[in-house]
Design a protein around this ligand. Structure first.
Ligand code: GLY
Ligand code: MN
Ligand code: MN
Length: 452
């Protein structure tokens, strides 16, 4: 791991400055970011902790519970009275010798101030008592409603308390605004430091997919291939998978949200692997489909080359000013042309696009944003229109074809074949860079990696 990539606290400070600047241009207020909580898997065993992406993006703080508040306060003429307001306030688990023996080191309120740059820090236990005071006369509240009912209720109580105190001069937030136009716009356009992290996640992921192609031989089980993949993630300094690893052999490849199960990989099948490693809270999202016996059959190859052709065409459409709708349309047209050629669809290309007949075999979208979350934040549509791409945005391009095993309309040779090919692209000034270009993809590259 390169130490410079880890906890670059200056990077988080720069982000906060930029966010405060943007908040002031949007009417000021307070940005409230709950930390993730530990979740029980079963009594006394927890799921692996993963910090909330919004919280981490702003603070770099990686412990559960509490929240961070970024306070721009009121704007305009009233701003002067606001000058001694803290900008970053954190509520954290306090240092506790006894608890730290069991569950590990805590930064505590001292660490929140000294290491993470909080102007004020308090123990989590003081949160409910202090929240109304922090929101009083501070302008609108930026908060994502509808994620955690406990937080929605906590925010509601703080606002109600200020309303009750309005006769004594309290001013509750005049409104609650969603994070989309503030924080999520910022997260959508990746800085060079973020692209560097995604690049690292992509490198780790490329190794993992090559390991899967080598390991995924007849007789192996999906779960064993998954283990090879996740071993590669951890061995190279990744945190693990950024989302549930999919290893789907044979007809399982037609189930879009299949996870690695225990099915044995068989000679003559394709194995679909959708897996991405996470590095410093940024994840790759890559799919490859390879022949278990190391060589595509004729029908498998025909469908594979069609998906690949559509993917390459869609990728060529990625550039500043283009839209995800346009990228999807290019992809769909190529797929429909090929499906008619191969006898999966009948009639004309425009007809099948128009009546959406292609959805029988291609039922998902071509792209989504990618970053700290696999389906990353950021608006897809602005004013009802697919938004133009801009340099620094990161997206997947992931066409597929899925022919159900019992699809009596499909030529028999294609039944039960599921294929997806997925790469991660960063939009550049003139086009795109494929961050996951190192993962074998052409028929020849895949077959020569699947040494049997
Ligand atoms: N792995 C989830 C997706 O491809 O969108
Ligand atoms: Mn994806
Ligand atoms: Mn994927």
């Amino acid at each position: 791991m390169e130490p410079t990539m880890e906890r670059d606290l200056e990077m988080f400070r720069r982000r906060r400055r930029a966010l405060l600047h943007r908040m002031r241009s949007l009417g000021g207020g307070v940005l409230l970011l709950p930390a993730a909580e530990e979740k029980l898997r079963n009594p006394s065993a927890e799921y692996l902790f993963r910090q909330d992406s919004d919280h981490y993006y702003v603070t770099g703080f990686d412990e559960p519970e509490g929240c961070a508040l970024l306070i721009a306060g009121k704007c305009g003429a009233e701003a002067a009275a606001d000058e001694d307001r803290p900008e970053l306030v954190m509520f954290v688990r306090p240092r506790d010798k006894e608890k730290e023996i069991w569950t590990g080191y805590r930064a505590g309120v001292e660490g929140a101030r000294e290491v993470y740059g909080a102007d004020q820090a308090y123990p989590v236990a003081e949160l409910e008592a202090r929240l109304p005071g922090l929101l009083d006369k501070a302008g609108p509240l930026w908060f994502r409603l509808g994620v955690d009912p406990a937080w929605d209720a906590r925010v509601g109580r703080a606002i109600a308390e200020l309303r009750n105190r309005s006769r004594a001069g309290s001013e509750p937030p005049p409104g609650v605004k969603d994070l989309e136009l503030l924080l999520h716009e910022a997260r959508l356009v990746k800085s060079p430091e973020e692209v560097a992290r995604l690049r690292r996640a992509a490198e780790i992921t490329a190794e993992a997919h090559m390991a899967a192609m080598r390991d995924g031989q007849p007789g192996r089980r999906e779960g064993q291939v998954q283990a090879e993949i996740e071993y590669a993630f951890r061995r190279r300094g990744g945190a693990g998978p950024g989302y549930g690893t999919i290893v789907a052999t044979g007809v399982n490849g037609c189930v879009l949200h299949y996870r690695a199960g225990d099915t044995v990989l068989k000679d003559g099948e394709l194995c679909l692997v959708d897996a991405g490693g996470e590095y410093d809270l940024y994840t790759a999202d890559v799919t490859r489909t390879f022949p278990v016996n190391g060589a595509f059959s004729k029908p498998q190859r025909a469908l594979y080359e069609l998906v690949l052709e559509s993917q390459l065409a869609a990728m060529e459409a990625v550039k500043p000013g283009a839209t995800l709708d346009a990228v999807h349309d290019v992809c769909v047209r190529k797929l429909v042309e090929g499906m008619i050629r191969l006898g999966l669809l009948q009639g004309g290309v425009d007809e099948r696009i128009e009546d959406k007949g292609f959805r029988r075999y291609y039922m998902h979208r071509t792209s989504h944003w990618l970053g700290m979350d696999v389906h990353d934040v950021g608006a897809y549509y602005l004013d009802g229109k697919s938004r133009p791409l801009a340099a620094g945005m990161v997206l997947t391009v992931e066409p597929g074809l899925y022919v159900a095993p019992d699809d009596a309309q499909a030529p028999e040779e294609f039944r039960g074949i599921g294929i997806r090919i997925e790469d991660d692209l960063v939009v550049t000034g003139s086009g795109y860079e494929n961050l996951t270009d190192a993962v074998p993809k052409t028929v020849e590259e895949v077959e020569s990696t699947c040494v049997r």
